[in-house]
Design a protein around this ligand. Structure first.
Ligand SMILES: NC(=O)c1ccc[n+]([C@@H]2O[C@H](COP(=O)([O-])OP(=O)(O)OC[C@H]3O[C@@H](n4cnc5c(N)ncnc54)[C@H](OP(=O)(O)O)[C@@H]3O)[C@@H](O)[C@H]2O)c1
Length: 315
């Protein structure tokens, strides 16, 4: 049993009692083991977002809200709406230019900060020890928060070693609850782990039904690093919302293509952070915990993999 697993009923109850982010209906899943969910516990059918423990013991929701391209007052409104319908995990980044708006949306919602899990990312221009410390403080000022739940290296560029050392020192002061990376290939993670004192908790990478990344998925599981999917809907590319294979699976459960996609991520043990500027979509995206894809569905979806990025322009 891995060190981040909750070993028995008593320990789980103690953890839940002490967890500030626990809400009724949350369920903690052991990282790295994802049986079909009805086999775990019937309470997974409740609608609250289940949480999982990262490799440092921090709890994170399995489903969150992405904010790329959302800006200004609109972003503030969407974040506040997303909180009102039940999202608790928010993903922003320095390069999105919306940390102020995300922070304002959080304030506007009136929610207790401790109920949320907020992620931001260090952009490549700020790599290196001193620049990372400075960029982090700037982000915190914009978000107007006194701690961050997760800070990621956005892309594997520049002085990664200096950046990681700075992130470790911020983590040690308690200003960040977990640190990780984004867009890292397995060999780049291998390299980082030759000098890291603290193992990355997460690797956030492009993953959706058209780019399933089985090798990265396997590698991250083996190394106890949580996989998080960016663009879980491929940002709508390749006509994902009208895909006939997803539609015929969804029909069996009276679920949309979007819900089938999100459920697929969840059953793979991958955290998804869909973005939406429509409340009806936000509500729909949260409504994935009352059905289960069967083995045939999972195999059918596996066959949709095109094994290539849907964002070649970001290469
Ligand atoms: N680390 C990285 O390098 C990286 C790169 C890219 C993205 N990200 C993160 O990942 C997040 C998600 O990725 P993304 O923003 O690229 O795109 P995405 O979440 O894959 O897709 C967003 C699109 O899906 C639509 N949508 C959402 N829910 C829907 C539903 N239920 N039915 C139909 N359409 C729906 C949205 O339209 P509506 O607004 O109309 O709902 C929007 O056009 C980003 O926002 C960002 O936080 C990280």
């Amino acid at each position: 049993m891995g060190k981040n697993e909750v070993k028995n009923g008593m320990k789980r109850r103690e953890f839940l009692k002490n967890s500030s982010r626990f809400v009724a209906g949350s369920v903690l899943l052991p990282i790295g083991s994802y049986p079909l969910l009805s086999a775990v516990t019937p309470s997974l059918k409740e609608k609250s977002v289940p949480e999982i423990l990262l490799n440092n013991g921090i709890s994170i929701p399995m489903l969150g809200f992405g904010t790329h391209t959302l800006k200004g007052a609109a972003c503030e409104q969407y974040v506040s709406e997303a909180i009102s319908v039940g999202f608790r995990l928010f993903d922003t980044a320095t390069i999105y230019g919306n940390e102020e708006a995300v922070g304002a949306g959080i304030k506007r919602s009136g929610i207790n900060r401790k109920e949320l899990f907020v992620t931001s990312k260090l952009w490549v221009d700020d790599s290196g020890f001193d620049s990372t410390i400075k960029a982090f403080e700037t982000s915190m000022g914009k978000l107007d928060l006194d701690y961050l739940d997760l800070y990621l290296i956005h892309r594997p560029r520049g002085d990664i070693k200096g950046t990681w050392k700075a992130m470790e020192s911020l983590y040690e002061t308690g200003k960040i609850k977990a640190i990780g990376v984004s867009n890292f290939e397995p060999d780049q993670l291998d390299e980082l782990m030759t000098y890291a004192k603290i193992k990355p908790a997460i690797n956030q990478i492009e993953t959706h039904v058209f780019f399933q990344q089985p090798a990265a998925h396997q590698y991250l599981k083996q190394h106890d690093i949580q996989m998080e999917a960016w663009s879980p809907f491929a940002a709508g590319r390749n006509d994902i919302f009208n895909n006939q294979t997803l539609a015929s699976i969804g029909k069996k459960y009276q679920k949309s293509n979007a819900q089938v996609c999100l459920r697929w991520h969840f059953q793979r043990g991958v955290i998804a952070i869909p973005r939406s500027s429509q409340k009806v979509h936000m509500i729909e995206n949260l409504d994935i915990f009352d059905f289960e894809l069967d083995q045939n569905d999972m195999e059918t979806i596996a066959a949709l993999d095109l094994n290539t990025t849907q964002f070649p322009e970001w290469g």
